[in-house]
Write a protein that binds this ligand. Sequence first.
Ligand code: PAF
Length: 279
Amino acid sequence: MQIVHTAAALRTALADTEHSACVPTMGNLHAGHVSLVELAKRHGAPVVASIFVNPLQFGAGEDFERYPRTLDADCARLAAAGCDLVFAPDVTEMYPVPQRYTVAVPSAMANDLCGAFRPGHFNGVATVVLKLFNLIRPRIAVFGKKDFQQLHVIRELVRQFNLPIEILAGDTLREADGLAMSSRNGYLSPAERIQATQLHRALEDVGAAVERGARDFDTLAATAARHLKMTGWRVDYVAVRDTGTLAVPKPDSTRLIVLGAATLGTTRLIDNIEVSLKA
Ligand code: PAF
């Protein structure tokens, strides 16, 4: 596996490549990322993983500085997973001049769900992903479903800008107790780690009620949020949405998703579960 740090070296490494599949990451990789590389390998070659902690998508007071930088361990994992090339630029390589041109995600999406609590986050994600796509020029790109709103934003980015890239979605990998794998789980104290599974369980409870026929989504979501708050979480949102549009479900929506974001101690976690209704 080759590791490159500059756009020029990346261009050279990919000179004769037409069908690459890319897996953009911020590093601190876990089994969930490995599963995205495996998915990429089934659809394109070579597989290019990027590792870049993107300052543009972090707000003031968020964890940009403390986000774990674990390049050597990440490269060992990627090599074992069969990744062919790693692009690991530093901030000046990705942003050699101040990034004055940015992608403006429509405010209905940029300021909804996670966007309501992380102003500018999705503009920062869309901007760096567009830059990574232009640098890597992949035919396939793989993103995890755990960041479902991000996946939606990137699908729209590709559609709106006619990018010749197929977006594949990788399923969320979970720990044995149901906690969604996330680089941020490492921030949790042992006690918080035990408690963290409550977020997933709260979303499952909402999903189960919806499957049983409940349709008062706001009440279900508010009840789940209240239970989480009672056990010490600071809840940003719990919401039931249409999986395809991420909008509030219509009466004929058959694919729904229950999404939640909440903070335990100083660690903000997100998760979601999909629910299919019988038509
Ligand atoms: O999901 C992530 O790790 C990041 O948001 C991404 C897509 C690599 C952009 O920085």
